[in-house]
Design a protein around this ligand. Structure first.
Ligand code: COA
Length: 259
């Protein structure tokens, strides 16, 4: 599939998505949203894709937010529709059955921080900066940021960031648990690829189930413990579970097929 605002590559099962508007610090305009929506579908539907990385073009920004130029003149109803649309696309990323990680290579502000938080986890370069500066525009985050920031770093820290608009650097983001690793900028993509290459050797149905069960914690329409029971049972009905347990007993490496 081709995209007007994304560069994509697929190597060894890892689909790398680079948001490519570096002159606008990769701000999320309508076209980027449409492309991200389609890319999330491609991840789900292309059997050659095992996992994905989302990053930003250039050395300055992951994504510096929603494209503020598209906010001018929006009515209340239009703003609500935009928020809903962003949330639906970010839910699609969050609920992907294949791991999607953010490689945050600079500013992750507003919608950029929200996009990174919708990914399953985050790796940051040492020059990364995170924040929800919407309050400076008289706004709040609209693409799930108030919810996911609170889930990830706790209510007190989240509310401080939401109402001050302050940015935090990569070291503080690591301390807050917003990112899993901080690495030098020139090692960021390699680190993401190394992590996903390892994950890609695991059983795909178990990976999908683990993501589904962990996401159920934050979904009030679901009982997370019941989800865990179902997924645990479903895993026992897979060939991969037999392969994994046999491989352990035979002291060899498992060869998972996703069946
Ligand atoms: N929407 C639209 N355009 C944006 C943007 C955004 N969220 N963030 C950056 N840009 C554009 C700038 O307007 C500028 O375009 P121009 O060269 O045509 O004037 C270009 O990207 C470079 O940004 P600039 O502000 O010149 O870079 P900087 O290094 O001085 O500052 C930031 C970097 C990230 C601090 C600053 O761009 C910023 O505050 N951006 C907005 C962040 C924000 O509020 N995001 C939440 C939106 S809801």
């Amino acid at each position: 599939m081709s995209y007007s605002t994304l560069l994509t590559t697929l190597e060894n099962g890892i689909f790398t998505i680079t948001i490519n508007r570096p002159d606008k610090l990769n701000a999320l305009n309508k076209d980027v949203f449409t492309d991200l929506d389609n890319a999330a579908d491609e991840i789900q539907n292309n059997p050659a894709i095992q996992s994905a990385i989302i990053t930003g073009a250039g050395s300055k920004a992951f994504v510096a937010g929603a494209d503020i130029t598209e906010f001018a003149g929006l009515s209340k109803a239009e703003a609500m529709a935009l928020s809903k649309k962003g949330q639906v696309i970010f839910f699609k990323i969050e609920n992907s059955s294949k791991p999607i990680i953010a490689a945050v290579n600079g500013f992750a502000l507003g919608g950029g921080c929200e996009l990174a938080m919708a990914c399953h986890f985050r790796i940051a370069s040492d020059n990364a900066k995170f924040g929800q500066p919407e309050v400076n525009l008289g706004l709040i985050p609209g693409y799930g940021g108030t919810q996911r920031l609170t889930q990830l770093i706790g209510k007190g820290r989240a509310i401080e960031l939401l109402i001050s608009g302050n940015m935090i650097d990569a070291t503080v983001a690591l301390q807050y648990g917003l990112v899993n690793y901080v690495v030098p900028a020139d090692e960021l993509l390699n680190k993401a690829i190394t992590i996903l290459s390892f994950i890609n050797t695991k059983a795909p149905i178990a990976i999908a189930g683990a993501i589904q069960a962990a996401n159920a914690v934050y979904d009030e329409t679901k009982d997370g413990y019941a989800t865990e029971i179902n997924v645990f049972g479903e895993c026992f009905a897979t060939e991969d579970m037999k392969e994994g347990t046999n491989a352990f007993l035979e002291k060899r490496k498992a060869n998972f097929k996703g069946k």
